[in-house]
Design a binder for this molecule. Structure first.
Ligand SMILES: [Zn+2]
Length: 250
């Protein structure tokens, strides 16, 4: 999930602008993970086209879940079977950003969410024969959760741990090669998650992204990352644990 950070700018963009940006974002996702998405549809959905029953999505700029396409299939234009689904809160983004900034931030949110897709055991969860009432119930929970601000009782880096950061750094490397130069800090790690800045993780990962071009993300994640990368994550993890402990005797 990508957290909403602020709301202020005036909305000056049309739905057509956002449709173009999301079409470009989908093309970018396909370009950087062509093999992972081979034969699989990818749905990038605008929050603004979803009915009220799907929630407002006000608590985030974007979200994805392993069964999200099943929850929203009745509202996905041209739904053509199972595939990863990402909802982009186009209203919130258009309120907060304009022009090139809107394009960059929307692509960054899409790439962040796509990082979650690739950080899963599979790009979507196969659920043959699942009860439709169970899906409706899960969809209601998603509508409720994504409308609320992020919970403060959850660890700030929850869901954005080492595996996710590693995926994002590979995505940034590949995105740059296809013409989208994005700073790793725009999509992972850093103070938002109480972690070291993304550039430090990038340095620790070294030439791994270059060496793993063309590999499936699940195969990359099945290998051990460089020791420096694991060490940085471990240090961040323990540092946060120590800082978040109440001081004894006070
Ligand atoms: Zn996230």
């Amino acid at each position: 999930m990508s957290q909403v950070t602020h709301r202020n700018a005036t909305a000056g963009n049309t739905g057509d602008d956002m449709a173009k940006i999301l079409a470009d974002a989908e093309a970018l996702c396909r370009a950087v993970a062509a093999r992972d998405l081979e034969g699989v549809p990818l749905y990038l959905l605008r929050q603004s086209i979803l009915p009220a029953e799907c929630g407002s999505g006000d608590g985030c700029y974007g979200y994805t879940l392993a069964s999200l396409d099943l929850y929203l299939c009745d509202h996905i234009p041209g739904y053509r079977g199972r595939g990863p689904c990402i909802v982009i809160n186009d209203r919130a983004l258009a309120e907060d950003f304009n022009g090139e900034d809107l394009t960059y931030r929307t692509q960054a949110i899409a790439l962040h969410e796509f990082g979650h897709v690739l950080d899963r055991p599979a790009v979507y969860e196969d659920r043959p024969g699942v009860d439709s009432n169970k899906l409706k119930f899960e969809a209601l929970i998603v509508a409720h959760v994504t409308a609320k601000p992020p919970r403060e009782d959850i660890l700030p880096y929850h869901g954005h741990e080492a595996g996710f950061i590693r995926v994002c750094l590979h995505l940034c490397h590949r995105a740059k090669l296809v013409g989208f130069d994005i700073s790793p800090g725009a999509i992972c790690a850093g103070y938002t998650y109480c972690l070291s800045v993304a550039q430090r993780y990038q340095t620790a990962l070294g030439d791994e992204p270059a060496r793993c071009m063309g590999m499936l993300f699940r195969d990359i994640l099945a290998t051990k990352p460089p020791a420096a990368f694991t060490e940085l994550w471990t240090n961040d993890f323990f540092q946060y644990q120590q800082l978040s402990q109440p001081r004894k005797g006070k």
